[in-house]
Design a protein around this ligand. Structure first.
Ligand SMILES: O=P(O)(O)OC[C@H]1O[C@H](OP(=O)(O)OP(=O)(O)O)[C@H](O)[C@@H]1O
Length: 217
């Protein structure tokens, strides 16, 4: 599958902000990865604005039906906010959004949700899924409000095995019957490097990593 323009632009943008880097990185899993993604580096107003646009494009492209977007604290909070703005300004969709508090607030308005009520079909906006813990925690919050989780949008899907043969993302999709949408996948990043006709060594490292740890879907 060829890259869509917004996916190509996202990878260029992520490299420019050093949020996507190539080299040798040791992951929490202990795996040695030839690339690393850190959304925390989109840390200026303009970068956040662009990031929201990319999430909004991925949502529109997926065609997923939803009522409310939800950002898990903390990193999901600016992501859901900027995505809501981009959906409104660029896609003419005025979507309710909310996020949770990590600490329960027992004064003032109380509760652990800030923003729109969790009603109907909920789409989570987060940076990445690793083991799936954050999504399971969000699902518990969404279910407690009698709302329905329909999907999750992340920036990058590394498409790699978890403990078993499947990725944590695929396991979540199957277990909870949800759709995980990503702006780009590992495959897209490899396609991008190939398209740029750059460093063969680098492409080889990425392909080897995919062979070793990638999921077969
Ligand atoms: O799939 P998982 O194994 O849960 O890992 C991914 C989650 O971990 C990070 O958040 P974290 O829970 O560290 O909280 P933060 O947003 O406050 O940094 C990240 O933003 C995801 O939400």
């Amino acid at each position: 599958m060829s890259l869509k323009p917004y996916q190509r632009d996202f990878i260029t943008f992520a490299i420019k902000h050093s949020a996507l880097r190539f080299g040798t990185f040791t992951l929490k899993s202990g795996r040695i990865s030839p690339y690393f993604f850190n959304a925390g580096l989109f840390n200026t107003g303009s970068a956040l604005s662009s990031l929201g646009s990319f999430y909004a494009s991925a949502i529109q492209d997926s065609g997923v039906a939803f009522d409310v977007i939800f950002g898990p604290a903390y990193k999901g909070i600016p992501l859901v906010s900027s995505t809501a703005i981009a959906l409104s300004t660029e896609h003419n969709l005025d979507v309710p959004y909310s996020f949770n508090r990590k600490e329960i607030k027992d004064h003032g308005e109380g509760g652990n949700i800030v923003g729109a009520p969790l009603i109907g079909k909920i789409l989570i906006i987060d940076d990445v899924i690793t083991a799936g813990t954050a999504i399971r925690e969000s699902l518990a919050i969404i279910s407690a409000h009698n709302a329905q989780l329909v999907g999750v949008v992340v920036a990058v899907d590394r498409q790699e095995k978890g403990i078993g043969e499947k990725s944590a993302i695929r396991e979540l999709e199957m277990q909870y019957k949800i759709k995980v949408i990503s702006i780009v996948t590992l495959e897209d990043i490899i396609d991008y490097i190939r398209e740029q006709g750059g460093d063969d060594e680098h492409l080889k490292d990425m392909e080897e990593y995919r062979l070793k740890y990638g999921v077969k879907e």
